[in-house]
Design a protein around this ligand. Structure first.
Ligand SMILES: Nc1ncnc2c1ncn2[C@@H]1O[C@H](COP(=O)(O)OP(=O)(O)O)[C@@H](O)[C@H]1O
Ligand SMILES: [Mg+2]
Length: 277
């Protein structure tokens, strides 16, 4: 019963991340729902090979008596449930997007996690759902440009979007996407976000041509090509979110576990001396 709203600039990868994180949580055994909140340009369902859904978020918005489950589709490959948007322009006209909140409120009780995709920039279509959510993820596309302009771009974009999440009391995180920068520059950007803007970075996803390829096949990349660079990075981000949301520790490799075991041993032996203080 946790809701995450995804925001960010156009083309940053919001829809891609919604589909893939939804798939990550379903794969991890959670009941996972993704909702297309980009009411004017819905594309989320394409990531699951759903192109012309008869019932969808728009039919729900226009027919308040319809049950929300009627417009939910199960993707058997990933285990994700999808509440798609309509691909027909006529459905998009004269919408009352405030009802979106009632729809999300009704359906999310059936799921462990609900992820809501948003339109470009300030998320006017999905703002009503911020009241139901607990988390906001800002997807930031890192373009190849001089590092000082990256800072300015991030400042301009992330601070505005974060202030919306802050106003609703959401825990906010950032995912850097389409990253092609050197690891040194990425480190600099992550530090800037975490120390200057004070927003944690949940994931760093590289630019990977297999991402659009997967979408062309109607599948999230973590399902289509789980070993590709982007899929591994998305799964890592999913692991961190899993820990945020459900308090589950990320699965660690043997070296990290050994290091933790040594640390806890040291900690245990130091307890008596601490007690003396
Ligand atoms: N990590 C990535 N590497 C390469 N291409 C990506 C990556 N993430 C997203 N894309 C591509 O970028 C385009 C925009 O992504 P999309 O998720 O639709 O963005 P948004 O929803 O923010 O507008 C799509 O063609 C998508 O396949
Ligand atoms: Mg989108």
């Amino acid at each position: 019963m946790v809701a995450v709203v995804i925001t960010g600039r156009g083309g940053a990868g919001k829809t891609t991340m919604t589909a893939n994180l939804g798939a990550y949580f379903a794969k991890s055994g959670y009941r996972s729902l993704v909702i297309d909140g980009d009411l004017y340009l819905p594309k989320l369902a394409f990531h699951f090979g759903i192109y012309t859904p008869q019932y969808n978020i728009h039919t729900l918005l226009k027919n308040p008596d319809m049950r929300v489950v009627q417009a939910v589709y199960h993707d058997p490959r990933t285990g994700v449930d999808v509440l798609p948007g309509s691909s027909k322009l006529s459905d998009v006209i004269n919408l009352d997007q405030r009802r979106l909140r009632d729809i999300v409120r009704e359906i999310q009780t059936r799921y462990n996690i609900t992820i809501i995709d948003s339109p470009v920039g300030i998320p006017f279509d999905t703002i009503s759902t911020f009241r139901l959510a607990q988390y906001q993820l800002i997807i930031v596309e890192i373009e190849r440009c001089p590092i000082h302009s990256v800072h300015r771009m991030i400042e301009n974009e992330v601070i505005k979007l974060k202030s919306i999440g802050d106003a609703y009391g959401l825990k906010v995180g950032v995912i850097l996407n389409k990253v092609r920068e050197s690891s040194e520059n990425v480190r600099d950007i992550v530090d800037f976000l975490e120390y200057s803007i004070e927003v944690p970075v949940v994931g760093v996803v590289p630019f990977d041509r297999r991402v659009p390829e997967a979408t062309n096949y109607g599948r999230p990349v973590i399902d289509y090509a789980p070993r590709t660079k982007a899929s591994k990075a998305i799964s890592e981000a999913g692991g961190i979110l899993d820990e945020w949301v459900f308090g589950k520790k990320e699965r660690k490799g043997p070296l990290a576990r050994l290091y933790e075991a040594l640390l806890s041993l040291l900690h245990r032996t130091s307890v008596p001396s601490l007690k003396k203080l």
